[in-house]
Design a protein around this ligand. Structure first.
Ligand code: ASP
Length: 302
């Protein structure tokens, strides 16, 4: 009997943004470390959901990225975070918005996957996290101020520095797709502002039949264009790379200079697509047929 080779794929990003030369190495290293965490799970027959959570937790712990520890503060100097996970098999969504004082918003989103609500905000999201993590105590819960990195807390320049959302899309050998996002939102934004990252059809979507996608960039632009939804519709007709690039072209229709975005996607067979309309987009991917690759710009991969 011929053995069917296991087929998995994983693509992640560390944000559509401008990367200063001195930050290039940290972005590459951080993306590869997160890729390795997910790859290890997939290579040993693990599930896409576990791999996606593992990838995003590594990125949340890395202050290079605007998610979890090192999230950018809002106009009041407070960190409010958004995160989401979606399963392509069941179309289950778990998302949190404006959550404070948790170390890994993606793990709160994962716990919510099992519940009826798809999205919890602010104090309600933190109360849910407290219930979920009552046995882990301070490992997952913290003072909200602890999510600012020491550099951000100490330096006005660091507070203003551009960062962006993290996200990933995973296909496991069972044919299940999972997508996830995690972000500190936009730097210095209005308290209470929520972007695309916790909104299905805007910042992410997954459907085992067609593929899955995760976005980064200006949440208002992404939401107005429902970019995840556009990419998913594109996947019904086109190759994954075309679906991503064509959807991102719609950004030029918005009459604003705040319309940077990037997207990573997989089709249902694990083919990879990614593109961005931003100076840089830190991306890493690997599949069961392709070794790890990392790029800071799409044109560097061509
Ligand atoms: N997309 C996220 C948001 O708008 C964060 C970002 O990418 O800047 O909240």
């Amino acid at each position: 009997m011929t053995e069917i080779p296991p087929n998995w794929a994983l693509i992640l990003h560390g944000g559509a943004k401008e990367i200063q030369p001195e930050q290039e190495e940290a972005n590459r290293r951080g993306c590869l470390a997160a890729l390795a965490a997910g790859q290890q799970i997939l290579e040993t027959g693990g599930r896409a959901l576990d791999a996606a959570e593992a990838v995003l937790r590594v990125l949340e712990d890395d202050p290079t990225f605007n998610a979890g520890f090192g999230s950018v503060p809002n106009a009041d100097g407070q960190v409010e975070m958004d995160a989401a996970l979606m399963e392509g098999k069941t179309l289950a969504v778990g998302a949190v918005a404006g959550i404070q004082g948790v170390r890994h918003p993606v793990s709160v989103a994962r716990a919510l996957l099992e519940e009826t609500p798809t999205l919890l905000i602010g104090a309600g999201a933190r109360r849910f996290a407290k219930q979920c993590f009552s046995d882990q105590g301070s490992a997952e819960l913290c003072d909200p101020a602890e999510m600012l990195s020491p550099q951000q807390a100490a330096s006005e320049a660091a507070k203003r520095a551009g960062h962006d959302t993290v996200g990933c899309v995973v296909l496991d050998q069972f044919g299940d797709l999972v997508t996830g996002t995690s972000t500190g939102g936009l730097n210095g934004t209005l308290p209470g502002r929520v972007g695309d990252s916790p909104l299905p059809g805007c910042g992410f979507y997954a459907d085992n039949t067609f593929g899955a996608v995760a976005l980064s960039g200006h949440g208002e632009a992404i939401s107005r264009l429902m970019l995840a939804s556009r990419i998913m519709h594109g996947l019904e007709r086109n190759a994954v790379q075309t679906a991503v690039s064509v959807a991102l072209n719609h950004l030029s229709r918005l009459n604003t200079d705040k319309a940077d975005a990037g997207a990573v996607a997989l089709d249902a067979r694990g083919n990879v697509g990614w593109d961005h309309r931003s100076p840089h987009f830190a991306v890493a991917y690997a599949t069961s047929q392709q070794p790890a690759q990392v790029y800071l710009k799409r044109e560097d991969s061509l």
